[in-house]
Unconditional design. Structure first.
Length: 143
C-alpha cells in the first residue's frame, strides 16, 4: 500500500490510507519466543472526528453510529491479533475498518405501515368466536 491509495467504503466515501495510523505490539496467546519478541498485533487508528476526507453529514452519522467504538477524541481503534504475521493482521484490520464504516453508513430501510388482509382478519375473528363458544359451553356444564 502506498500513501495515496484509497480505501473504498461505499459509492460516496473513500478514505486515503495516509489517514490510517498503525501501531504494532506483541500479541498474547501461544507462540513461545516468536510471540514474545515479534510485534505482530496490529492496531488501526482512524480519527473520525477530524478526518478531512469526510463531509459533515457523513462525519455526524459515523460519530453517532460508532459512538460505542470511539474514544473521547473521536478515534476509532481496531485491534487484530489473529495471525502470526504482522502484514496479515494489518490487512485484516483494514478489511474490518471497511466493513465497520460501510455498515455504519448504510441507510436503514423506511418502515412501511401494513394492514392485515381480509382473510387474516376473518380467520382471527373466527378463532375468537370458536374460543368464546368453547368457554361458554364449559360455563353451561359447570354447576
Amino acid at each position: 500500500m502506498s500513501g495515496d491509495d484509497l480505501i473504498f467504503i461505499n459509492a460516496q466515501v473513500n478514505i486515503p490510507t495516509a489517514e490510517l495510523k498503525f501501531r504494532f505490539s506483541t500479541s498474547g496467546g501461544p507462540g513461545g519466543q516468536h510471540a514474545n519478541r515479534s510485534a505482530t498485533r496490529a492496531t488501526l487508528l482512524f480519527d473520525v472526528a477530524h478526518s478531512p476526507s469526510l463531509d459533515e453529514a457523513t462525519r455526524a452519522r459515523l460519530l453517532t453510529k460508532l459512538a460505542s467504538r470511539l474514544d473521547k477524541a473521536g478515534i476509532l481503534r481496531i485491534d487484530v491479533q489473529e495471525s502470526r504475521s504482522q502484514y496479515r493482521n494489518r490487512e485484516t484490520a483494514v478489511l474490518r475498518f471497511q466493513l465497520i464504516l460501510a455498515n455504519a453508513l448504510k441507510r436503514p430501510k423506511k418502515r412501511r405501515k401494513t394492514r392485515p388482509g381480509r382473510a387474516a382478519v376473518e380467520k382471527r375473528l373466527a378463532d375468537k368466536k370458536k374460543r368464546s363458544q368453547r368457554k361458554q359451553e364449559r360455563r353451561q356444564n359447570w354447576h
